[in-house]
Design a binder for this molecule. Sequence first.
Ligand SMILES: *[C@@H]1O[C@H](CO)[C@@H](O)[C@H](O)[C@H]1NC(C)=O
Ligand SMILES: *[C@@H]1O[C@H](CO)[C@@H](O)[C@H](O)[C@H]1NC(C)=O
Length: 638
Amino acid sequence: MQRNKSVLLGTATLLSLALLLVLQTPSVEADRLQPKGYRETVEKLQKYYVKFEDKVSREFRRWKEEGTMSQHFRQLIQASAIGKSERAQEIRELPTTREGPLCAICRGFGGSVLEFRREGASREEVYNTTVELCTMLNLQEESICRGLIELNIDTILYIVDNRPDLTSASLCAVVFQSGACVLDDSTFTDWQVDVDSNGTPVTASKAGTAQRGPNDLKIVQITDLHFDPNYRTGYNAECGAPACCRESQGIPEDTSAAAGHWGDYRNCDTPWNAIEDLIDRVAEEHSDADFVYHTGDIIDHGIWETSIGYNVRSINRVISKLRDTFPETPVYNILGNHEAHPTNVYELGEVTRPDFSTNWLYHLSADLWSHWLPRAAQQTIRLGGYYTALVRPGFRIIALNNNDCYTFNWWILFQPDALKGQLQWLHDVLLQAEQAGEKVHILAHLPISSDCFSVWQREYRRILERFRDTISAQFHGHTHKDEFNVFYASENPEFAVGVAWNGGSGTAHTNVNPNYVVYYVNPETYEVTDFESYAYNLTSANLTPDERPDWFRMYSFQEEYGLSDLSPAGVDELIQRLGTPAGRDELRRYWEYKVKLADASLVSDCTEDCLLNHLCEIVTNQADDLRKCQELSDTFFD
Ligand SMILES: *[C@@H]1O[C@H](CO)[C@@H](O)[C@H](O)[C@H]1NC(C)=O
Ligand SMILES: *[C@@H]1O[C@H](CO)[C@@H](O)[C@H](O)[C@H]1NC(C)=O
């Protein structure tokens, strides 16, 4: 922070002034909390972005005409370059103060490249230019920039060429989706799901009575295994890339940078021995499990060098292991954003070019998952990677492929309303389930809260609210955190209408311990009555590489928080408590479990602002609706 400040002052450009404006607000760890004066700052920023775009564009043109960068352009780039530590983070985990600068950088440099292409630049020219900017802006090291751009450039060029009305302002607002990068473009927001009108207004939080009992179903959730076939014990864990500990990255001279045998807290994914251990452990310790939910992200974080063949091999290996281990126990699989190639990029069914198609993944999934599914499920899996299955009379699973709504899925930029298809299907299946008197569990890789396009979030919430009585529970992954979300009614935000549980991760990437979760589910209402999270201490496991890790029951949610029940109303009582000074110790405990007691996270304290942000993350499920967070902020300090 301090370093950034002085660099910015040094350049004394318009950029620095505007960035300082933002930097004056206190720094917090996540972006759910908007500091005082935020709105005014954002308003000022909108005019500033335009000026900054002009400036960058002028200098960019000079560069292209004269063949060399001016000193001023270099300064602009230098002042915009991001910190190394920001690379690996999820955008939503960056401090609020970075929202404005990142939006400016995206609009300035992204806008210039957009113009460059529209004025006739070739693929090769755009490639060379973006590699150079990516490297100088420090977004990644050169080889990673090259790989990432090579994998994504054709999709992006296709969209830019075929959607001439796409502006850099809309592009950056969709991808970054922060309060500082405002989306003002009706082509993105003006679509909606047709929601059945027979719903009743929300007049109370959804209550429940189910308590954990001996006849409860047991469901194990395994998620985010991130198997890395290139992982090698002893190899470089501090390589600077999104995935380290890989064979190609060599053995470090400094032994403290050497990858551990069971995984590593740094930017490393999961070696096969740890994948096997986790799956075997679930089978050994929970042989009475009724079902397994496996909620995606089999592939590692080597996002700059995936290929279809590579992804197919990893997916095959993991699903085969699950099939061998659970031949009789139904395993319900869904796709993660990492299964696609390129990573995150799910074509939305509007483009017929075979090189853009995600069909290879849908067909592979239909074939591999079919062992545990009814035949009819295959049709929608082959269409879009999602399905529904009646598990037993009265109980249905809806398995979404909501990776399409991830803001890094470029296809949203091409035709945003193509997102409607799967949501409408979700609605229609729920309506049928309601009419049949069934209860439903919804499985989706991305938490609704997590970098999912805000218009999709808005529509999902409408569906959830309408079918709150049919939907008994939601299960997510992706964040690698042991956490949950509570949904509140849009019109009456005092009432809780749904809860989503997050299974955490099998990977230790980054700074978390590996875990899995066992849910207890009432056999009549299909509500979750309790869950237990199991984990191991990776520091300690790596001290004894020859012994299997020492898994332990980290906690039971019900024992830990003593709720009346785990219904939306019951969990809302907990939220209220955590939102007061009296709930501080409990909230700190929540954060410790959220990182699964990982030494690498516990070494840095979570301050009060940090704790408030974690609380806000629970209740914020739509990027542009921060009302619950604001409400909790008001009671938090007393
Ligand atoms: C792109 O860069 C390569 C390698 O530096 C170079 O050989 C090629 O001529 C460049 N192409 C264009 C169009 O600038
Ligand atoms: C994990 O294990 C290490 C090594 O035994 C120990 O020092 C550390 O305190 C343990 N961490 C926790 C959170 O128990």
